[in-house]
Design a binder for this molecule. Structure first.
Ligand code: G3H
Ligand code: 13P
Ligand code: ZN
Length: 328
């Protein structure tokens, strides 16, 4: 059954777990996620970006999700718009049956230029008013996503010599978070605590506290009813990186966010954990391996089945690690 992000995350908060939010673009991803959720008895967040819409088309995306709801009627599913770049994109998602939208006002409509705080408040508030009138939940974003490895050491204001921001400038400011939620009334807030999108997050194996978990604690204690969201939460499985490179891929050495750090975040108020890269890596590794080992095969179902199996395993381990397994 389709449920809103608010309904799903309120339950997660009451019961102290976090929910992985996987990006979906195709049938194989939807099937991998739903089968893993079914086997672990977990609720699901399926999210689609503008890139997903461009790839599959909104009609196909809508019917893919509809198919998942029909095949697994007992699983609660939230259908969420990932990184909505404008109010218009959010409206279209609502018209397409999404039960939750992210208005990412931390960036301008081009999705790359950082916006002003005032712009972010204004546009997010507008979307929240409209979405709430339709029973749809809203996620906002505050702060600059990015690895703290790249932050300048100083705490001084102004952009550093190399055009880099200081740690303080990147992390979400707790006072501003309180004001933002009060003004916009968002249900969930994506915060910057040292994660970044994509496979290249950290150049060294992360040790100790790679994320600013103290920020999560502080923001959560001041906004107990706002569900915190961690973007860029892929763990970059080293075994899949190795498989990809063993079978002809050329990915550089890189590290992701350890599952143990995400679990720390969940303990302190993170409820939605965004994962896209890990499923991409697993699918790519599985397909590369199959094609190299089976040079005579030209039936895509054979290598796509391997991709589903690999993605499903990643999903299952995240459902088990983040705690929603056995929610009922
Ligand atoms: O936040 C980015 C997600 O990984 C979605 O990526 O825009 O390539 O679909 P995408
Ligand atoms: P990853 O690139 O770490 O998977 O993050 C995905 C994400 O945050 C989607 O919004
Ligand atoms: Zn994101």
């Amino acid at each position: 059954a389709l449920i809103s992000l608010r309904q799903l995350l309120d339950h997660a908060a009451t019961n102290g777990y976090g929910v992985p939010a996987f990006n979906v673009n195709n049938m194989e991803q939807v099937r991998a996620i739903m089968e893993a959720a079914d086997e672990t008895d977990s609720p699901v967040i399926l999210q689609s970006s503008a890139g997903a819409r461009k790839y599959a088309g909104s009609t196909f995306l809508r019917h893919l999700i509809q198919a998942a709801l029909e095949e697994w009627p007992a699983i609660p599913v939230c259908l969420h718009l990932d990184h909505g770049a404008s109010a218009g994109v959010c409206v279209q998602a609502i018209q397409n049956g999404f039960s939750s939208v992210m208005m990412d006002g931390s960036l301008m409509e081009d999705s790359s230029t950082p916006s002003s705080y005032e712009y972010n408040v204004e546009i997010t508030k507008k979307v929240a008013e409209m979405a709430h009138a339709c029973g749809v939940s809203v996620e906002g974003e505050l702060g600059v996503l990015g690895s703290l490895e790249t932050a300048t050491a100083g705490k001084e204001d102004g952009v550093g010599a190399e055009g880099k921001l200081s740690r303080e400038q990147m992390l979400t400011d707790p006072d501003q978070a309180v004001d933002f939620v009060e003004q916009t009334q968002v249900d969930a807030l994506a915060i910057a605590i040292g994660t970044s999108h994509g496979a290249y997050k950290f150049t060294r194996p992360p040790s100790g506290e790679v994320l600013a978990i103290s920020r999560v604690k502080e923001i959560h204690s001041r906004l107990p009813d706002t569900h915190l969201v961690m973007h860029g939460s892929s763990s970059v499985p080293q075994e899949w990186l190795k498989t990809i490179n063993e079978y002809g891929g050329e990915l550089g050495q890189t590290y992701g966010v350890p599952v143990t750090e995400i679990q720390e975040g969940i303990k302190h108020g993170v409820r939605k954990v965004n994962i896209d890269t890990d499923l991409r890596l697993a699918a790519t590794g599985a397909v590369r391996k199959h094609l190299v080992e089976n040079p005579g095969n030209f039936d895509p179902r054979k290598f796509l089945s391997e991709a589903i199996k690999a993605m499903k395993e990643v999903c299952r381990s995240r459902f088990l690690a983040f705690g929603p397994a056995g929610w009922g």
